[in-house]
Design a protein around this ligand. Structure first.
Ligand SMILES: Nc1ncnc2c1ncn2[C@@H]1O[C@H](COP(=O)(O)OP(=O)(O)OP(=O)(O)O)[C@@H](O)[C@H]1O
Length: 307
């Protein structure tokens, strides 16, 4: 029998009173994938992560983590998590906290703690072990939380906005670490608002809006789903752009004109018939364009729809 997927979510619904945070969401993630959960504030990403960790009781649906109930998988040390509001004990030094968690893994006997030296290097916390937890910057704190998530070398890592407080260098190092873990066979599932990171790192992106999955595929597939193109060129203020066919949006920044078009061939033919196009650039949708368009479409379909 093939091994159970890293994550199997079937019909997950989470309600808070009348509000639906997650709405009949289903998602299967095979082992070894790196998956980005994308979506606007309040889409239901953290709630889904919390359900996967067994931190809440779903209103309906089922969640299996590596073939087990979430609580059992967490107890067995199979899941490492970095949560948005992950806490660290105050009045302790980083090394003491890491030691405490490593010893608890060794005592549990089911999982051996990750060797300290490698853990410190992997999480990039060299030089922080003697620091009081209270004296860490936001980005340093996130790296310590990563180290704690990795202590048991868990096959599944769940990261909720893991780089939100990190500087550019810290982010780059973080994702290099994640790629290394993915190459070693770990499954990495992360929620983020940094679409460039998702584009660069994820094998697969899952876009959530209104508690539902609105797109699921490789970044190339999600971008292709939007279909439109962006055309930019240089033009003076005298150039008329108000009736160019297939154009859905026009912006001017200085002498640079940027047009969004639903049909690049038609738009380009009309523009060329009307004059030259110096500094012409045509590009496909970015992941950001695609996600914005998917969220807008979801908002339109949900207006007035019963929930
Ligand atoms: N404990 C709670 N009580 C009531 N409502 C909640 C609770 N937790 C989340 N919600 C609501 O559920 C919805 C989904 O929230 P969730 O935190 O899962 O979104 P998110 O996609 O993670 O957003 P963000 O990107 O802002 O972190 C939101 O409308 C939120 O206000």
């Amino acid at each position: 029998m093939p091994p159970a997927p890293a994550l199997d979510i079937r019909g997950l619904t989470v309600r808070y009173g009348d509000a639906v945070a997650v709405d009949d969401l289903s998602l299967t993630i095979p082992r070894g994938q790196t998956v980005a959960l994308l979506g606007p504030n309040g889409a239901g990403k953290s709630t889904t992560v919390n359900a996967v960790l067994g931190l809440l009781n779903p209103t309906a649906g089922e969640v299996e983590v590596l073939g087990r109930k979430p609580q059992d998988a967490v107890r067995a040390g199979s899941v490492g998590a970095m949560l948005q509001h992950g806490g660290l004990p105050t009045e302790a030094r980083v090394g003491e906290v890491i030691d405490l968690v490593r010893r608890s893994f060794d005592r549990a006997g089911q999982t051996t703690a990750w060797p300290l030296e490698d853990l410190v290097a992997t999480a990039g916390i060299d030089g922080l072990l003697g620091r009081p937890v209270d004296a860490l910057s936001g980005g340093q704190r996130q790296r310590v939380l990563l180290a704690l998530a990795l202590v048991g070398a868990p096959p599944l890592l769940l990261l909720d906005e893991p780089t939100s407080a990190m500087d550019v260098e810290g982010r780059r190092a973080f994702w290099t670490t994640m790629r290394g873990l993915a190459a070693r066979g770990h499954t990495v599932v992360f929620a983020t608002h940094h679409l460039d990171e998702a584009d660069a790192v994820a094998d697969r992106v899952v876009v959530v809006a209104g508690g539902r999955v609105v797109a699921d595929g490789t970044t190339a597939e999600v971008k292709a789903g939007v279909g439109g193109r962006t055309i930019s060129f240089t033009a003076g203020p005298e150039r008329r752009l108000d009736d160019v066919p297939a154009v859905t949006a026009v912006t001017r920044q200085g002498s640079t004109v940027t047009l969004a078009t639903a049909d690049a061939d038609t738009t380009l033919r009309a523009l060329l018939a009307d004059g030259g196009l110096p500094d012409l650039e045509v590009r496909g949708a970015t992941l950001e364009d695609a996600v914005i368009s998917l969220i807008a479409a979801r908002r339109q379909t949900s207006i007035g729809a019963p929930r």
